[in-house]
Ligand binder design. Structure first.
Ligand code: BGC
Length: 245
């Protein structure tokens, strides 16, 4: 089946038609700048423009970098505050004229990673962390998603963990790989203590540099890098839309 997946990020909104049986793009990837300030109405216009450019008239899967419950965006850690309480699903549906499923960006990446990437075939408890501007998380139990986990916001030594373990924090604070890995170890060990996962998958842009830091992580659970790289969000969004049918 072919489905349109759209990934909303802080600087770009990206979309592609996805072959949901293969987990591959069936079109070019289109990227438009995220309007600034990234308020709901202008973002919805870009979502509609992407759908129109693909001449898309079916369901759409759309990621968003916040907690999303039943189509309503509930938090705004790294996005404009006006998203809190916005019915993103209704907004995108009225702009595009199509039915839309809106889901957390890390949940979408996790769905794709479990089906086509590093999580394929893994039973038990799998945690996927996406390390980017913030830290996103997704949790799977025997392949089923438990949505909106927000493990990036676990409070460690008085601060949301993502303030030390996001890739943005690594770059902004000029952490060495070693220093940053210590923070990441602390984050992962705390999660390990709380929920005893069987596998950690590390995603986000920095996962392509996994040989720089994965061996420095000190925890007992197996840790592997994600495989889908920057395809994960769009593919996961499209899979979620396909599931809606
Ligand atoms: C947000 C999450 C999001 C993650 C990655 C966090 O700050 O709270 O909802 O998944 O950033 O974008």
């Amino acid at each position: 089946m072919e489905m349109l997946g759209i990934d909303i990020g802080g600087s770009g909104i990206k979309g592609a038609i996805v072959d949901t049986d293969a987990g591959e793009f069936a079109s070019e990837r289109l990227r438009l700048d995220t309007p600034q300030p990234a308020k709901p109405a202008p973002v919805a216009e870009i979502v509609a423009e992407i759908a129109a450019r693909f001449d898309w008239r079916a369901a759409i899967g759309c990621t968003f970098p916040a907690r999303v419950q039943h189509g309503v965006t509930k938090t705004a850690a790294n996005v404009d505050d006006s998203w809190i309480g916005t019915n993103a699903r209704q907004l995108f549906e009225s702009q595009t004229g199509n039915s839309v499923i809106v889901l957390n960006d890390a949940d979408a990446a996790g769905i794709a990673e479990m089906k086509f990437g590093a999580g394929r075939g893994h039973k038990g408890l799998v945690v996927i962390l996406t390390l980017g501007t913030g830290v996103g998380s997704s949790l799977f139990i025997n392949g089923r998603l438990v949505p909106n986990t927000e493990f990036g916001h676990l409070v460690i030594r008085g601060k949301a963990a993502e303030l030390r373990t996001a890739d943005r924090a690594r770059q902004a604070k000029g952490y060495s790989w070693k220093r940053w890995s210590k923070h990441l170890s602390e984050h992962l060990c705390y999660l390990e203590f709380l929920i005893s996962p069987d596998l950690f998958i590390i995603g986000g842009g920095v996962s392509k540099k996994s040989e720089r830091f994965l061996h420095l992580i000190d925890c007992k659970t197996t840790i592997v890098p994600a495989q889908l790289r920057n395809r994960a969000g769009i593919v996961g969004a499209a899979l979620a839309a396909a599931d809606m049918k």
